[in-house]
Write a new protein. Structure first.
Length: 274
């Protein structure tokens, strides 16, 4: 297919799928504990369409290789960071899903970290302290996700180095194999970078919310607990992914290593009016 024609086809495909997203509110379905639920539409149809759109419409590296077990697990673990269940009210499900499936280019950099504070203000809590409690719960949930994700990212990175060595040593490799090999390495790297940006976004969102809550509804005790939880999250990112954390620390001047309190592990929704 000529390049101009293939680009026109992929642009048309993208427009149709974007319309479907708009009409259906097409966020990825979730099951227990916020995990992504299996779906032919979201696991097969949209990713394949996105691969074609990104390859022919935007001329990006793509791969049609099967995923390794570790690569699949990396994608499953990343979901709890790029679209955590506690973010349902302040991160657009459709935007995240369109980017995840590569129907659209990267859009996450356009997310406004102030939206988390606006969400907290809009919720009808019985107690002003409950907003701090909700923030602490959300930060704690992110702590668990960070601990799980980065070890798997390192495993995938090491496998990609082996893939690259094998690719360079294979003299009879086909062009399709070569493109898919480099494409898969690029896909894995971009996913990890997206997670890093998502954590950067989350740190800025939580930090902004704490600063504004201190002005709107001061509570010295809750503020200390919220700041401690945020410091602990930043420390965990540093422990798991040093270079990424170093950049975040330069940007946001986030705190020294804390000692996690029992409160960061507590969860109590009794003050939230459903």
């Amino acid at each position: 297919m000529p390049k101009a024609n293939s680009a026109a086809v992929t642009r048309s495909t993208a427009l149709i799928l974007l319309l479907a997203f708009t009409l259906a509110g097409c966020g990825r379905p979730t099951g227990d504990l916020g995990r992504a639920r299996a779906s032919v539409w979201h696991d097969e149809v949209l990713p394949e369409a996105g691969r074609l759109v990104s390859a022919y419409g935007r001329e990006e590296l793509t791969s049609d290789f099967n995923l390794t077990n570790d690569e699949q697990e990396l994608r499953d673990l990343s979901w709890s960071i790029i679209r955590p269940p506690h973010a349902a009210d302040w991160i657009s499900a459709s935007v995240v899903e369109a980017q995840r499936t590569r129907i659209t280019p990267e859009l996450d950099h356009k997310l406004d970290p102030r939206s988390y504070y606006h969400f907290l203000r809009s919720e009808k809590f019985r107690s002003s302290d409950a907003r701090y409690d909700r923030l602490i719960e959300d930060v704690t949930a992110d702590q668990h996700s960070v601990v799980a994700f980065f070890p798997k990212a390192n495993t995938v990175y090491n496998a990609d180095q082996e893939r690259l060595r094998a690719t360079l040593k294979t003299h009879d490799i086909t062009m399709d194999e070569l493109k898919s090999s480099y494409g898969r390495i690029d896909e894995n790297a971009k996913l990890v970078e997206w997670v890093r940006r998502a954590l950067d976004y989350r740190l800025r969102a939580y930090n902004h919310a704490i600063r504004r809550l201190k002005i709107e509804t001061p509570s010295e005790n809750r503020t200390i607990r919220a700041e401690q939880a945020l410091r602990y999250l930043a420390w965990q990112i540093n422990k798991s992914d040093g270079p990424a954390y170093a950049e975040l620390k330069r940007q946001h001047d986030l705190y020294k290593k804390p000692i996690p309190s029992r409160y960061t592990r507590q969860k109590d929704d009794s003050n939230l009016v459903k």
